[in-house]
Structures are given as C-alpha cells and as structure tokens.
Design a protein around this ligand. Structure first.
Ligand SMILES: Nc1nc2c(ncn2[C@@H]2O[C@H](COP(=O)(O)OP(=O)(O)OP(=O)(O)O)[C@@H](O)[C@H]2O)c(=O)[nH]1
Ligand SMILES: [Mg+2]
Length: 226
C-alpha cells in the first residue's frame, strides 16, 4: 500500500529460476502482491516464486504478451507495476515512480532504460534495433519514446479496459505504450530508471523479435490481421 493505493507487481516468466529469486528478494514492502506468471517453465521458477510469497498464475499459451494478459487478469491492486523475472529492472525505484504517478496524477508511466544502463546490457545491436523501433513508433504513431521496448510500466489498473492489447508476443511492450499514449483519457509519461545486466539466459531472439516488433507496428497502424 502506498499513500492509499494498493500495489501489484506482475512478472512474466519463462524459466527464470535464478532471476526470480533475486527479483523478489528486495521487493519493497509497500508492494501488496506479486504475481508471477508461469509461462510453460520447465525449471523451478514457480516453486521459488511461491516459496518467496508470490502468487503464481499459470499461462500455457506461450509468449510475453499472453503471459502479461493472464497476469493483469489476476492482479487486484489499484496500481500495477511490471518487470521481467531476470532482475534487470530496479525494484528500488518503485516508491519514487509511485510518488511521481500520484503527485502528477498520471495514469501510465513507462520507464526509460537508455540513460544509465549497465555496460553489458547495452550492446550495439540492441541499441541499433531499439533506435529503429523508436523511429517507427514516431513515424507511424507520432509518439516520441526514448525506449519503446522497455518492460517496466506503472499504471492504474482502472485504465486496462481502455487499452486494446492484441499482441501475445514481445510486441505487447510497444503496443501497451502506443495504446496508453494515444488514448485521450490516459495521462502517460516516460521516466528514466537504471537497468542492470540480466541474470540467467536471455529469452529474446534479437533478430526475430526485433523484426516481428517492427512488422507489428505496421500491422497495428494499418489494421492488418489484428
Ligand atoms: N521471450 C519470452 N519471454 C517470456 C515468455 N514468457 C515469459 N517471458 C518472460 O518475459 C520476460 C522478458 O524476456 P527477456 O528474455 O528478459 O527479454 P528482454 O528483457 O527483452 O531481453 P534481456 O535484456 O536479454 O533480458 C522474462 O521475464 C521472460 O522470462 C516468452 O514466451 N518469450
Ligand atoms: Mg529481460
């Protein structure tokens, strides 16, 4: 609970046994519930998460987006915060992000990792891919985001029915931002955070996911197949 608002953290996981342990270990006390979505894990992610006090939700439909949609459906907090199960996003920033949200009366915050990343998390190929996707978001949707692919968002649960989330894959990350920033009743902002190197193996297929995210932006913009 933070200043009268209950807080849920939702974490999608595909085999993040080691990462989830570190992610949950320093979750601030103000977080009322942590929902870990077990997305076909074949390791001990679910056991570790449950033993550390998280509520585990099972989603067998594969994909980052599918996992998030299941997690959002199970969350009960007034405010939902998202992050990966790999300990990359800063749990310690949560109180400050909530303060900004409440003070500025925001509905949606997306966290920008680009200002200060740990060196390992900052490969040239990733930076190039992210720049191309940021540019596409700007050209197609007229929204300037410094980090269109960030996976840490803070938002009021009440706005969820206003967001049309179609993607079951990695593209959900850009889609939720486009939906929030373009909705005239949603007050959205981007705020900087610190980002660490991940624990455990990356689930991102750089070329395949990057290209799929680019194609998704065009499809959504022109209403093709969604
Ligand atoms: N890629 C992917 N991630 C999934 C899936 N289901 C759940 N996840 C989780 O979604 C989060 C994002 O995946 P990551 O591998 O961290 O992707 P990323 O953050 O873009 O890449 P890294 O910087 O290497 O961590 C992780 O917590 C995954 O475990 C899935 O089907 N595919
Ligand atoms: Mg990650």
């Amino acid at each position: 609970m933070h200043k009268g608002h209950s807080v849920s953290v939702v974490i999608p996981c595909y085999n993040e046994e080691d990462g989830i342990r570190v992610t949950l270990a320093d979750m601030p006390d103000l977080v009322d519930e942590v929902i870990v979505v077990d997305n076909n894990c074949t390791d001990r992610t679910a056991e570790v998460a449950a033993a550390m006090g998280a509520k585990v939700v099972v989603e067998s439909k594969p994909g980052y987006g599918a996992a998030y949609k299941a997690g959002f459906g199970a969350a009960t907090g007034d405010i939902i915060i998202t992050m990966d199960g790999d300990a990359t996003y800063p749990r310690g920033f949560i109180p400050v992000l909530l303060d900004v949200m409440i003070e500025e009366d925001l509905d949606f915050i997306t966290c920008d990792r680009t200002g200060h990343k740990s060196e390992e998390a900052n490969s040239f190929l990733r930076m190039l891919g992210n720049s191309v996707l940021n540019l596409a978001v700007f050209v197609l949707y007229f929204i300037w985001l410094t980090d269109s692919q960030s996976g840490m968002w803070v938002f009021r649960r009440s706005i969820l029915p206003k967001l049309r989330l179609t993607s079951d894959g990695m593209s959900l990350s850009e889609e939720i931002k486009i939906e929030a920033f373009r909705h005239r009743d949603v007050k959205a902002h981007e705020l900087p955070i610190y980002y660490r190197e991940r624990i455990g193996e990356s689930k991102l297929n750089l070329w395949q996911d990057g290209f799929a995210n680019l194609v998704f932006l065009f499809k959504k913009r022109f209403g093709i197949g969604l």
